[in-house]
Ligand binder design. Structure first.
Ligand code: PRX
Length: 660
């Protein structure tokens, strides 16, 4: 085992076949895999037929300058036309595109006709402010419809947007504005979070001060939506109210077609270390990839489904599966501004009940939080409208999957565990809900038209039952095209490890189970080496979460004199979980539980019970910081943490943790 690139410890035998009615009427059936395998380019050319093209492409894939691939060469289209106008032209203007739910309880239902008018007005307004195709626009907004409108308006005029998550600081915003040379910033006075207005405009002001905009004048205008009505400082040279310019603009706007490879947006990676990477996505391939996968994986029936993705538009999930993929498919969707516990912990389930949501997409971190709060909360709501559940962002532990399936999905909804990245733009590995018999915790297989494998350090595909590195073996339409301004880093990061084979290195560990299904095992950087065994964080965390008292767990490898590294775990208990062992006794019970579930090699040296874990603002656990604590170092950079106080609490508590 110690020769393996990555150990395979956890075994899971439960499977859930697709519901018969869903399978019978599924958008994508099993034959898609064979069709795509037989003719990769032909398959994607066919998917390109989902879009309206102003000019047809002459070549599907140009790989002559690989890894700088080009898709749909020679084709031209307008993204906003495809996401909005064409649905109106097809007679679906009265269909609701967005059911907006503000945190304070205000609601708006926006039809495709409304959306077309609003995007056209916004497009006219930003053109009036001097924005032309090729310019960059930074968007720093709460989760309100204007955020979607702003993105589509940029796409409509060919300006490249970079959406900066509203929870990021002025410094983060400044570095992104500077890196991409944004000419315009679109923001709001603030948004509502946790029951109170949370200001945004002051951070824009601070960012402009930081980049010394007064002299450099990178940013010519700041377009400000009034959402909360808070007082804002106003610089009349630069600041413009949205309601003054957008509302006054014409609803007539002619959408010009752009080249297939025209830059659509830059998304700075939520990376936990180093300079953020400006991941560049382009026009046609991105839209084809997101539209197809949204259609296939969510089985969207646009006339009857109500879809809700809980991500923020500031992340790639919000770009691909709130804005571009779903709207290209003519979705009706919910957009919620606030947090899941405001004004009460049943808010999400209430929204599902009120809007009769059928397709629901969220992250494991949220699911584990709800597990911690207990099932009595969702049990109070009618969730019978749901027919499919999705998960993204991290490996979903088998236990969290089972909870999601039973408590939220009423044991009837299939779960699609979708593996992908900011870089991939679209889902890559996921069950097809009408085809795949899902296993709790596995993303299963590469989607039709996607090539994925698990390989050893030197590039040999591992046999079933073994672990290694995840690679993508074929180009795909929504792949990142480069890192903005840094082609070399693009090649080094993703394409140099398996250069000879021409594979994309995803940076994730994975394994194939005995049936060849793929299980994600966490970032390669987090792999631990215990007595020569390379252990993934995911499997040990899942073993901990499978204990009935545990809601969430994080493990790290800490330096150890005898074993090289030792497993150190941090655990959050479920609230009000049934009585049992406490303190030291419970810790021993959990250590033994891990040993029993996956083997003595993985038994944690120590376990600390904590109230919270350090997470990025997108919900990923920052194991690097826990490693600092476990190795008695001063805790490193915590600026990307959602809650900076968490680490102080854990560092303090570490002193009283158990060891033997
Ligand atoms: O480690 C994988 C994990 O999230 C990484 C990508 O993060 P980001 O670019 O922020 O995009 C998140 C939304 C797509 C991956 O390299 N990841 C994402 N989805 C899954 C996952 N790990 C396991 N299972 C998933 N379904």
């Amino acid at each position: 085992m110690s020769d393996e690139t990555l150990s395979n410890l956890l075994t899971e035998n439960r499977t859930f076949a697709p519901p018969a009615d869903l399978a019978a009427d599924a958008n994508v059936k099993a034959d898609a895999y064979a069709a795509a395998a037989a003719d990769h380019e032909g398959f994607w050319a066919e998917q390109a037929g989902r879009l309206d093209w102003a000019e047809p492409f002459t070549q599907v894939l140009d790989d002559t300058a690989a890894p700088f691939y080009k898709w749909f060469v020679g084709g031209k289209l307008n993204v906003a036309h495809n996401c909005v106008d064409r649905h109106v032209a097809a007679g679906r203007g009265d269909q609701v595109a967005i059911h907006f739910v503000g945190e304070p309880g205000d609601t708006r239902s926006i039809t495709y006709s409304d959306l077309k008018d609003e995007v056209s007005r916004a497009a006219n307004a930003i053109e009036e402010l001097g924005i032309v195709a090729g310019d960059r626009v930074a968007i720093y907004m709460p989760m309100i419809p204007e955020a979607v409108v702003a993105m589509l308006a940029c796409a409509r005029v060919g300006a490249t947007h970079t959406v900066v998550f509203g929870g990021f600081s002025a410094d983060a915003l400044a570095s992104r504005i500077e890196d991409c040379n944004a000419k315009l910033v679109i923001t709001a006075d603030g948004g509502y979070r946790r029951g109170a207005p949370s200001a945004l405009k002051p951070a824009v002001d601070a960012a402009l001060e930081k980049i010394d905009n007064a002299t450099t004048a990178i940013v010519e205008n700041v377009l400000v939506v009034r959402r909360t009505g808070q007082d804002v400082a106003w610089n009349t040279d630069v600041d413009v109210w949205w309601h003054e310019v957008v509302d006054e603009s014409s609803t007539d706007h002619r959408a010009q077609a752009f080249d297939a490879e025209h830059p659509l947006f830059v998304m700075y990676s939520s990376g936990t270390t180093g300079k953020p990477k400006g991941i560049l996505h382009t026009t046609a391939g991105y839209l084809v990839g997101t539209a197809y996968t949204h259609h296939a994986v969510f089985d969207l029936k646009p006339e009857t489904d109500v879809y809700w993705c809980t991500a923020d538009v500031g992340w790639i999930t919000g770009h691909s599966y709130i804005v571009y993929g779903p709207l290209a498919n003519g979705v009706t969707q919910v957009l919620y501004e606030g947090t899941p516990d405001t004004p009460h912990k049943g808010r999400w389930w209430e929204i599902i009940q009120d809007y009769k949501v059928t397709l629901f997409y969220t992250a494991p971190t949220a699911i584990r939080t709800f597990m911690k709060w207990g099932r009595s909360i969702p049990d109070e709501y009618d969730l019978s409208s749901l027919r499919l559940l999705g998960s993204v962002g991290e490996p979903i532990n088998p236990e969290a999957y089972m909870w999601y399936r039973e408590v939220i999905g009423g044991d009837r909804c299939p779960i699609v565990d979708t593996w992908w990245q900011t870089e991939t733009g679209m889902m890559m590995i996921s069950p097809l809900p009408g085809v795949t018999a899902g296993k709790p915790g596995s993303a299963m297989t590469a989607l039709p038209g996607v090539g994925a494998d698990v390989v050893s350090e030197d590039g040999v595909p591992v046999p079933n039952g073994s672990g290694g590195y995840l690679v993508l073996t074929k180009p795909w339409p929504s792949m990142l095209r480069t890192l903005l301004g840094d082609d070399e880093r693009f090649v080094d990061t993703y394409w140099s490890k398996y250069k000879e084979q021409g594979w994309y290195f995803a940076g994730d560990g994975a394994k194939k189970d005995d049936d060849g299904a793929i299980w994600l095992l966490g970032r390669v950087d987090d792999v631990m080496n215990v007595s020569g065994h390379r252990l993934s964080t995911t499997e040990i965390e899942s073993a901990l979460v499978s204990h009935p008292r545990v809601a969430e767990a994080a493990v790290v490898g800490a330096a150890d004199e005898t074993t090289g590294q030792a497993v150190v775990a941090y655990v959050i208990l479920r609230e009000g979980a049934s009585a049992g062992a406490t303190g030291e006794e419970l810790v021993q019970e959990l250590r033994n539980h891990v040993a029993k579930e996956i083997g003595a090699i993985a038994k944690p040296r120590s376990i600390m019970l904590v109230p919270e874990l350090p997470k990025t603002r997108s919900g990923k656990i920052m194991r690097r910081l826990l490693k600092d604590v476990a190795e008695n170092r001063t805790v490193g950079d915590t600026t990307t943490l959602a809650d900076a106080g968490v680490m102080a609490l854990i560092a303090e508590g570490q002193k009283t943790s158990t060891e033997d």
